[in-house]
Design a protein around this ligand. Structure first.
Ligand code: ADP
Ligand code: MG
Length: 235
């Protein structure tokens, strides 16, 4: 096994609103190796998105330690965190999160704008990423002119345009029909085959089976951690 890209030690998250407190994560200990394909599976409300937000450095844990590629996230500066979110991790969300007014390629180039890449190179890389997800002929279309499955593929292209080491996908197939679900899962397989670490969050057991390992989460705790039938496939 290679070095862990993610190491979590006693991660807790307590949400506070007024005098109410809710413990969404109650002590998560786990490690994910570089190149692994892990599905985090559990029912709605079990803490999956909370965990993903912490893994993606979009939110801070209330307690515990998160080492990302060996580095303690709590000691990173805002600039370092922005760099992690923008270049080292690619995000895919259930709602696609595309900007409706921009054509597909402009959506895909956005992370490169933040990364300060030249205009010419941005366009080239965005078109290459869209080609990779099978949308070479849709680069000029706005999200509203694309099907749900195509929109999610644009979002995957946006996630991979910076060549991140890790893809975090939160219910990426939650809004898709079965055909588009299969397309997006095939894309994740491909990215995993190319050496990326994938963390896929889902409440669907058959989607989770596409990964090599399942972390089952229930009421903010890991209740099972097991290889799937696909463990050892590819990479
Ligand atoms: P999942 O993604 O598994 O459906 P979440 O991580 O979104 O679960 O939520 C876990 C629990 O934390 C839920 O009970 C949810 O209501 C609660 N929760 C999530 N976000 C907040 C928040 N910002 N404030 C208060 N409670 C929250
Ligand atoms: Mg969720």
């Amino acid at each position: 096994m290679s070095e862990p890209i993610i190491a979590l030690d006693g991660i807790r998250k307590t949400y506070r609103s007024g005098s109410l407190e809710f413990e969404a994560l109650c002590g998560i200990d786990t490690a994910i190796s570089e190149g692994e394909y892990v599905a985090v599976v559990g029912p709605s409300g079990s803490g999956k998105s909370t965990l993903m937000n912490i893994l993606g450095c979009l939110d801070n844990p209330t307690a515990g330690r998160y080492l990302l590629a060996g580095e303690d996230v709590s000691t990173m500066s805002e600039a370092q965190l922005a760099e992690v979110r923008n270049r080292r991790i690619g995000f895919v969300f259930q709602q696609f999160n595309l900007l409706a007014s921009l054509p597909a390629w402009r959506n895909v180039e956005l992370p490169l704008v933040y990364a300060g890449v030249s205009r010419h190179e941005r366009r080239e890389r965005a078109v290459a990423a869209l080609t990779r997800v099978g949308l070479a002929d849709r680069t000029e279309n706005r999200p509203g002119e694309l099907s749900g499955g195509q929109q999610q593929r644009v979002a995957v292209a946006r996630a991979l345009v910076t060549e991140p080491a890790m893809i975090l996908a939160d219910e990426p197939t939650g809004n898709l029909d079965s055909r588009s679900t299969a397309d997006v899962l095939d894309l994740l397989d491909e990215l995993h085959g190319a050496g990326r670490t994938i963390v896929l969050i889902t409440h669907e057991k058959d989607v989770a089976e596409r990964a090599g390992r399942n972390l089952v989460i229930s009421d903010g705790q890991i209740t099972s951690d097991r290889p799937t039938a696909r463990a050892g496939v590819s990479a």
